[in-house]
Every structure is written in structure tokens, then in C-alpha cells.
Ligand binder design. Structure first.
Ligand SMILES: *[C@@H]1O[C@H](CO)[C@@H](O)[C@H](O)[C@H]1NC(C)=O
Ligand SMILES: *[C@@H]1O[C@H](CO)[C@@H](O)[C@H](O)[C@H]1NC(C)=O
Ligand SMILES: *[C@@H]1O[C@H](CO)[C@@H](O)[C@H](O)[C@H]1NC(C)=O
Length: 466
């Protein structure tokens, strides 16, 4: 059992009962101690809540984001099939996940609504709309579906612009061989810019595939996933980190590219196994003090590793620490609030969706503790599948401390270019539902909640600002 320092303190101050030998005195002191500890925790807890109130956690603007929306999806009636077909393949899809993965499902439009319902900010902007519709096709300012899968978002202070980087997957989906996963050849890293987080201008492919050189990491037959970009204040360069692999995912490398401009072109530098370990799903995180970290799934995806980058962000240092050993998590998305680090991860089930978990730590290098599933609303299957999506990034909302946008991918393994974006409000606030075992039933971390919405908008008057 491990006790966190903040709860140890009153025990050390108040429980100095050892000088008397009488058992009764010792017992009464113990009772006193417990009462004191309890009061301290209550006071401490209230303090935290007050602090959060002052920081705007329960700002009225956020209340609409915290509304719990239920979803009730009717399973389609069983399809009529010939007795021959039934004999050949007696089981028809029975769960919502089966229906989701079944290309010919009658309810596929619920998960992958067609072009008719696409969000077109150019048409809706005059309407002061700014609504997010998780799962709907989202068009850029040219009217084309946004191609920024497995991506991340950089806020560029200098140009006061958001840049969204992701896998540009606008090519045919195929299987390289019988047992190979569904894939699209590398085209490159797409970049989109926005001032309002809703209207996105295509800035083109900022790191392109290599067409001819078959030994190059970026040859189109390889894999480039989860690109993320951060800005280095000291060197004035934009640095991109990404997962690089071969078609069979046996290389497990991390790649690095650099540019003078957020819109590229990025120069590809090299790839490596960080700290000598396999690196598959990954992200990078830049802390308030300018130190950046690489977080990656390793050891056959059974655990995650985290280690600081060096000063120019072009390499890792020798320092590395393991986290969530044996928990088999991937798709890490890290964020920070009130001095605590949080991370959302997914399970490892290929393109199929699974349950998200949130983890927290006081020190970024750990120890990391698992808090549970952050998803709220929808229905049970929605919550067990992260709303049929997988985490990729968590973006702080400006001027609303404690509120974030959870950025996730709803993969479409039948046609990966048609994978959708699921953006939802993520709120940090209030005490955790389930206290962790080691802290005597006192919640240690704030609750992290991702609220399902069919339609929502950032409670901020973007139009007034720009
Ligand atoms: C304007 O927004 C509303 C939703 O607030 C929507 O019902 C309507 O269709 C939109 N109009 C246009 C022209 O997009
Ligand atoms: C092909 O790529 C490899 C690896 O990056 C590089 O060493 C080699 O020089 C390249 N060949 C040509 C012809 O550009
Ligand atoms: C990937 O695996 C398949 C099947 O095992 C094999 O035929 C193919 O050569 C492999 N490709 C590479 C690039 O390793």
C-alpha cells in the first residue's frame, strides 16, 4: 500500500502518541488522528473544489457540454437469407460492434453518414453555426473531406493559428497479403489551418511519401502513422514525430522531421527505436516549462514508455520510464490540468473500437495510475467503444480552463480514407467517482469526463473574437 504525501502530512503532525504507555491513551490518540485526518481531507477537498470554481471549471458556459445525451439505436431486423447461405455461414452479425464493422450493415449510415449530411463550414459559417457533428463527413474550405487521420493539433502562438496534422489517406484501401491489416499506401502528412477550430483550410501535404526509393522510410509501401508537431522556442523550428513501420509492423520505429514553417515542407531526418525499444502508437507532449516528451507503445504493445526529448526536440535523451506495464494500451493522448498529467489510451484491437481509459500522474515520468473509462452518455456500447472511435489527441480550449476537445478517429477499415473524426468535450473537474485502492477511499484525482453529443459547439463566441 502506498500513501501519497499530501495525506501523510497530518498523520505525522498529529499522531505523536508514543510517549505514554497506556493502551487507552494510544487508542484515543488514534481515534483523534483519524478524525483529524478526515477533517483535513474534507477541508483539503473543499479547497480543491473552490480553486476549481475560481478557475472556471463549473462555468455556466460548460454546463451545456456536460449534459448527458442518451442514444437509442435500433438493431436492424435480421436479413432474409437463403437456407444455403445460412448453412454456409450460420451466424449473422448480432452486436452493434458487428454491425459497425459490417460494410453492408443496414445501420451503417448511423456510424458513417453520407456526403449529403457533410459539415460544410463555408456554407454554414454565415449561419453562425460552428457545430461539431461527431462522425459526419467534415469538409475543408475547398469543399473536400478533411484528411488528417490519427492526427494532432498545434496552436501556433506566433500566427495565432491552429494547425491540424494527420495521415493523408485519400487512396485505395487494400490488404498487402492475406494476413495483412487493411492499409492505404503512404501519401504523406496532411496539414490544415484554422483560426476557429471549425473552418479548416487545406495547407497541402507537408511531408510527402517517397515514390521511387524503396529503401526509404517514407516509401509508399511502408507505414506512417500518428504524426504530431510541436514548436521549439529555442531553435524556432517546427518538429514532427511519427510512427514509421514496414507493411507488417515489424520495424516499430519512430521518425523525426523538421521545418522552419508550420505549413512545411518538413525535412525528414531519420528513424530509430527510441532507447533501443520498439515504438508503435506514439505521441509527443510539450510541457509548460518547454521540456517535451515522447510517449510510445512498446514491448509488443504491452506497455507504454515515456522519456524527455533533448533541447532541440530532434532526439530522445537516455532517460526513459515504463508505464502501464502489462496493460496493453495504445493511442496515447496526453494533457495537463492543475499541475496533474492525464492521459487517454485505447486497448489494442486493430481498427476495431474498444474501451478508452484515463490515467493520471503527479509527475509526468510516473507513477501513472489508471482511473477508469471517461466516456459519459450515448449508451453502454457507445461507452465501451469510446463512441466507436479511438483517441489521438486532447486539445485545451482557450479561455476555459479544465475544458478540452477530445480528438478521436472513427476508423473505417473497409475504406480508410472515409474514416471519421469524433470531437467531443472533455471536462476535468470534481472528485473522481472511484477512489483508488491505496489512498484509503479518498479520491486523489479530479474526474475526467468525455460527454457524448450528436451535435455540439464550443461555448465561446468565436465570431466575436475574430
Ligand atoms: C443553420 O443552422 C441551423 C441549425 O442551427 C440549421 O438547421 C440550418 O439548416 C442551417 N442553415 C444553413 C443554410 O445551413
Ligand atoms: C534511398 O533512401 C536511402 C535511405 O534514406 C538513402 O540512404 C539512399 O541514399 C536513397 N537513395 C537514393 C538514390 O536517393
Ligand atoms: C510481410 O509478411 C508477408 C507474409 O508473412 C511476407 O510475404 C512479406 O514479404 C512481408 N513483407 C515485408 C516487407 O516484410
Amino acid at each position: 500500500m502506498r500513501i501519497k504525501n499530501k495525506y501523510k502530512k497530518p498523520t505525522a503532525l498529529g499522531c505523536n502518541a508514543g510517549s505514554r504507555s497506556s493502551l487507552a491513551v494510544v487508542l484515543w490518540s488514534l481515534v483523534g488522528c483519524l478524525i483529524f485526518l478526515h477533517l483535513f481531507t474534507l477541508v483539503h477537498h473543499t479547497d480543491v473544489q473552490n480553486k476549481e470554481m475560481h478557475m472556471g471549471i463549473h462555468h455556466p458556459l460548460l454546463l451545456q457540454l456536460e449534459e448527458v445525451e442518451e442514444e437509442n439505436i435500433q438493431m436492424p431486423p435480421p436479413r432474409k437469407r437463403s437456407p444455403r447461405a445460412v448453412k454456409r455461414k450460420p451466424k449473422r452479425p448480432t452486436t452493434l460492434i458487428d454491425e459497425f464493422l459490417d460494410e453492408s450493415s443496414q445501420i451503417r449510415h448511423i456510424f458513417f453518414p453520407g456526403m449529403k449530411t457533410a459539415i460544410d463550414p463555408m456554407k454554414d459559417a454565415g449561419n453562425n453555426s460552428f457545430y461539431y457533428y461527431p462522425g459526419k463527413i467534415w469538409l475543408d474550405t475547398d469543399g473536400n473531406p478533411i484528411q488528417a487521420h490519427g492526427g494532432g493539433i498545434l496552436y501556433d502562438d506566433r500566427s495565432r493559428t491552429y494547425y491540424w496534422y494527420g495521415e493523408y489517406k485519400d487512396g485505395p484501401t487494400y490488404h498487402a497479403h492475406k494476413k495483412g491489416a487493411a492499409r492505404v499506401d503512404i501519401i504523406g502528412v496532411g496539414c490544415y489551418s484554422s483560426k476557429d477550430l471549425w473552418t479548416w483550410k487545406n495547407e497541402g501535404i507537408v511531408l510527402a511519401a517517397e515514390e521511387k526509393n524503396e529503401t526509404h522510410d517514407l516509401h509508399k509501401s511502408n507505414v506512417l502513422e500518428r504524426p504530431k508537431v510541436i514548436y521549439n522556442d529555442k531553435t524556432g523550428k517546427y518538429v514532427m514525430w511519427m510512427h514509421i513501420d514496414d507493411v507488417n509492423y515489424t520495424k516499430a520505429l519512430v521518425g523525426v522531421a523538421v521545418s522552419d514553417y508550420p505549413t512545411g515542407p518538413f525535412d525528414y531526418l531519420y528513424s530509430k527505436r527510441p532507447h533501443g525499444f520498439e515504438s508503435r502508437d506514439m505521441t509527443i507532449f510539450k510541457d509548460d516549462n518547454g521540456v517535451a516528451y515522447l510517449i510510445y507503445s512498446s514491448e509488443d504493445n504491452s506497455e507504454l514508455h515515456i522519456g524527455p526529448l533533448n533541447g532541440d526536440y530532434l532526439d530522445v535523451t537516455s532517460e526513459v520510464s515504463r508505464m502501464l506495464a502489462g496493460q496493453h494500451r495504445e493511442a496515447p493522448a496526453l494533457f495537463k490540468h492543475g499541475g496533474t498529467y492525464y492521459m487517454i489510451t485505447s486497448g489494442c484491437t486493430g481498427w476495431a473500437p474498444n474501451e478508452a481509459l484515463v490515467h493520471a500522474a503527479e509527475s509526468i515520468l510516473g507513477p501513472w495510475e489508471t482511473m477508469g473509462n471517461p466516456c459519459i452518455g450515448g449508451n453502454k456500447i457507445f461507452r465501451q467503444t469510446t463512441f466507436f472511435a479511438q483517441s489521438t489527441f486532447v486539445l485545451p480550449l482557450p479561455n476555459l480552463p479544465g475544458s478540452f476537445i477530445f480528438v478521436a478517429d472513427r476508423w473505417n477499415p473497409a475504406d480508410l480514407r472515409d474514416s471519421r473524426y469524433v470531437w467531443l468535450p472533455l471536462i476535468v473537474g470534481g472528485a473522481a467517482d472511484q477512489p483508488l485502492e491505496y489512498n484509503f477511499g479518498f479520491p486523489l484525482w479530479s474526474r475526467v469526463s468525455i460527454y457524448w453529443h450528436k451535435r455540439w459547439r464550443v461555448p465561446y463566441r468565436w465570431s466575436d473574437k475574430y
